[in-house]
Design a protein around this ligand. Sequence first.
Ligand SMILES: [Zn+2]
Length: 197
Amino acid sequence: MSLIPLPAAPGADAHVSISLLNSRVTLPGGRVADELDSPEAATRWLIERDLVPESTELLEYCQGRLADLRGTLRALFAAQVEGAEPEAAVLGDVNRALTRVPSAPLLRHDGDRGLHRAPAHPVTKLVEHAMAQIAEDAAALLTGESAGTVARCAAPPCDRFLLRTHARRHWCSTRCGDRVRASRAYARRQEASVGAG
Ligand SMILES: [Zn+2]
């Protein structure tokens, strides 16, 4: 059961980077729902997307790094939506996530097993691998033919990102669209009653 009471935004099922961006959302009324707000929740989020094996258990350190990547990608996608240049630090963080993939397992030796291979920090490496896949998805999306369809939901306070399925759609869900239409209708009624009075 998702913490976020909205269907996935258009593009989020196909693009894990958008899914990560939208794992934290400001709901009407200002409450923030965050799918990565504990190590257990972050673990579940990665397992549900097949980014880590079922048996993985993230610690707070890895949860924090995944949340940091989300912040970085939100800044990157915001720059794309605004037609602005992303900050150098943002590009640097994305590139570090892209390239810091697990290296070869280390060669070790002990009395029982003799020489054997073992990863240095298994969970950290798994999470770095997952983060590299998410960063790869973002980099491919923002340089591919769908880059121009990246948008941010136009129904405040909602701050989810989406891929516009047609030119005039600027919200992430029917519910957000209905909220925009309702507030426009309300504004029109206010204007009409001011005009009449
Ligand atoms: Zn929305």
